[in-house]
Design a protein around this ligand. Structure first.
Ligand SMILES: [Zn+2]
Ligand SMILES: [Zn+2]
Length: 258
């Protein structure tokens, strides 16, 4: 089955598409692949879940109402700043039927669910026959954590000596710390402290829990995600990549400088 993933080639448009055989068993497979693609792009759990739900309903519709033996259905994703568009293309040109389900009819609910989950929903005929049913899903606003504190004197001195070679200049060490991860209620806060010289050397970070000063420095590799712009957080960080996050008003530091 052909796969297309333009995430690395085209920095502005993140798109993904894949063909699936027109069978019921491929519906959960399509959902899973959509989940994986969106998670890879740093979408939130809620966005991934909504897109997977919509994909499942549109794919089930394609399999049940537009089945042509030997002709696949295609699932495509486009993710931009405005949100995610899910498209499912099948080989039957007739428009998707909007049915009014009976209360006990689970199958008829598909398109109503899609409509309820999306900000816009429609279909278009394909030039060579068949149709594409699409649903646009809104992007969720994601706030950066923004929790603030100060780097203790002892760690400032240690940060100057991190890495190989000459000690850094005091101006190279960030003392006024601000957690740059997606807003979170569990886990440590993390803040960037200092860039390390040289390529692929990562950066110095620190972490803390609210109400306590940082006690340790960490040398962490950079997050490898670079589309649409390089992610400013460390590798395997929790939450969305930095380009998804919107800055909130800075909070007051919880501790004062020493
Ligand atoms: Zn935080
Ligand atoms: Zn990242």
């Amino acid at each position: 089955m052909p796969t297309e993933d333009t995430a690395l080639r085209e920095p502005q448009a993140r798109t993904w598409r894949r063909d699936f055989a027109p069978y019921e068993r491929c519906v959960p497979l399509a959902r899973r692949e959509v989940e994986q693609a969106l998670a890879r792009w740093g979408c939130t759990e809620e966005e991934v879940a909504t897109a997977a739900l919509v994909t499942g309903e549109l794919a089930a519709n394609a399999v049940r109402h537009a089945h042509v033996p030997g002709r696949p259905f295609t699932v495509a994703l486009t993710v931009g700043d405005g949100g995610c568009v899910v498209e499912v293309t099948d080989p039957v040109t007739a428009p998707p039927t909007a049915v009014t389900p009976r209360p006990d009819d689970e199958r008829g609910r598909g398109l109503l669910l899609v409509e309820a989950s999306s900000v816009a929903f429609g279909y278009r005929s394909c030039p060579g026959g068949g149709k594409t049913v699409w649903a646009a899903l809104a992007a969720q606003a994601r706030a950066v954590c923004g929790e603030r504190t100060w780097l203790p004197e002892r760690l400032t001195a240690a940060a100057l000596r991190c890495g190989t070679g000459e000690p850094a200049e005091p101006a190279d060490v960030e003392r006024e710390l601000r957690c740059t991860l997606e807003a979170h209620t569990t886990g440590d806060h993390h803040a960037f402290v200092r860039e390390l010289p040289g390529p692929d050397t990562g950066a110095v970070w620190t972490r803390w829990i609210r109400g306590h000063p940082p006690t340790t420095l960490l040398t962490l590799p950079d997050c490898p995600a670079t589309s649409p712009t390089p992610c400013a957080d460390f590798a395997d960080h929790p939450g969305a990549h930095s380009w998804h996050l919107t800055t909130n008003d800075p909070k007051s530091p919880h501790t004062s400088p020493e």
